[in-house]
Design a protein around this ligand. Structure first.
Ligand SMILES: [Fe+2]
Length: 371
């Protein structure tokens, strides 16, 4: 109430309104309140502009490697799951963001509100930033950009969307120099289907390590390296075994953005919570993940309702599709239960943001000032 009155009074001289005329001017008043809310949310915002911030377009789609080129069979599961597409990865890294865009991202990450709410320490990296798009309209608009999403879909070869769990829109890992024989993050599959990894650090000319190691089906290893800040790659990380190579002599900060297939009927999506539980406020994680799973389940049910009930007089009990759809829904539901149980059974202290006065932003500064 206080805010409504304050907002209104600020506009009275301009609009010649009095408080007792609120009801007759409610539409106008609502516009003023909305204006104030937005201004309060992000008073000094950069605006994402895909024409200037993105350095990739539909004429410059990067080179792609398929699963079969890496020796995989696109129809066969690895030890966990079937691939979502024949796409394996982009190779080599490509320039995604302009220098100006990289600077804007860096500026956002040092904002006070992000320092207060998003900095975590974790087992996989001394500094991890989570949920930053909640506190930055620039980052939120960047990672929800339709142009960027369309380009990523074009690269992958199926229609994808940014992960409905917005925590995964702009996850930041910051790593400090480490010996070459230690992998920063050992061999693993990702918890989300597809990832876009972008380098935020300046990459020194004498940089050693710091790329991503990729294994093909035969176990041969190649390294994807980043020539500079703003370069990126896309990977079906849920299917391809990979590891982050340690940056021996430089500070490495990357953003990780996750995507899932848009078609929620054709693809049963199995995002996992194992790793994210170690560096995210569980209250935020549980709410976002459960909301996503419930909403998708609801859409699946609605789709089956349309297919089997509303559009037919009788159900064909011999219909193979019906049984398969029921199996898929059961698998989706059970997977959700298993993930939520991981939160319930978490044994260690639950992660919380680093208190603001203990945040060490020297590491981020080091990432952004090295040549
Ligand atoms: Fe990964």
């Amino acid at each position: 109430m206080f805010q409504r009155k304050t907002a209104l009074k600020a506009f009275l001289p301009f609009q010649k309104l009095k408080e007792n005329k609120i009801t007759t001017n409610c539409v106008l008043f609502q516009r003023h309140v909305n204006f104030f809310s937005l201004a309060k949310w992000d008073t000094n915002c950069n605006q994402f502009d895909d024409k200037h911030d993105l350095m990739m377009n539909f004429n410059t789609i990067p080179n792609v490697k398929t699963l079969s080129q890496l020796g995989y069979d696109k129809n066969i599961s690895n030890e966990f799951k079937k691939p979502y597409a024949d796409f394996a990865m982009t190779d080599p890294c490509f320039r995604l963001f302009s220098k100006e865009c990289v600077e804007k991202i860096r500026t956002e990450l040092k904002k006070e509100e992000i320092k207060q709410n998003c900095y975590y320490s974790s087992e996989i990296a001394p500094l991890v930033l989570r949920n930053v798009t909640k506190y930055s309209s620039f980052l939120d608009s960047l990672y929800n950009s339709q142009t960027l999403t369309n380009l990523i879909s074009q690269i992958i070869g199926i229609d994808v969307i940014p992960h409905p769990v917005s925590l995964e829109h702009c996850h930041i890992n910051v790593q400090i120099p480490k010996k070459s024989d230690d992998l920063v993050f050992g061999w693993h599959y990702d918890s989300q289907p597809f990832v876009l990894i972008t380098m935020l650090s300046d990459v020194p000319k004498n940089a050693k390590g710091g790329g991503t190691l990729i294994q093909d089906r035969e176990g041969n290893i190649t390294e994807l390296t980043f020539p500079d800040a703003g370069y990126a790659y896309v990977l079906q990380g849920s299917y391809i075994l990979h590891a982050a190579n340690s940056a021996e002599n430089w500070y490495r900060a990357t953003t990780i953005t996750s995507y899932i297939p848009r078609d929620f009927i054709k693809y049963n999506e199995f995002s996992a919570l194992q790793t994210t539980t170690t560096y995210t406020d569980h209250n935020v994680l549980a709410k976002q993940y459960f909301a996503y799973r419930l909403e998708t389940l609801q859409k699946k049910l609605e789709n089956y309702n349309n297919n089997y009930i509303k559009c037919s007089n009788n159900i064909d009990w011999n219909d193979q599709h019906l049984m398969q759809d029921l199996e898929n829904m059961k698998a989706y539901y059970e997977w959700t239960m298993v993930q939520m149980k991981k939160l319930k059974d978490f044994k260690k202290p639950r992660p919380m943001p680093i208190p603001c006065d203990m945040v060490n932003d020297e590491w981020l500064n080091a990432c952004f000032k090295q040549k």
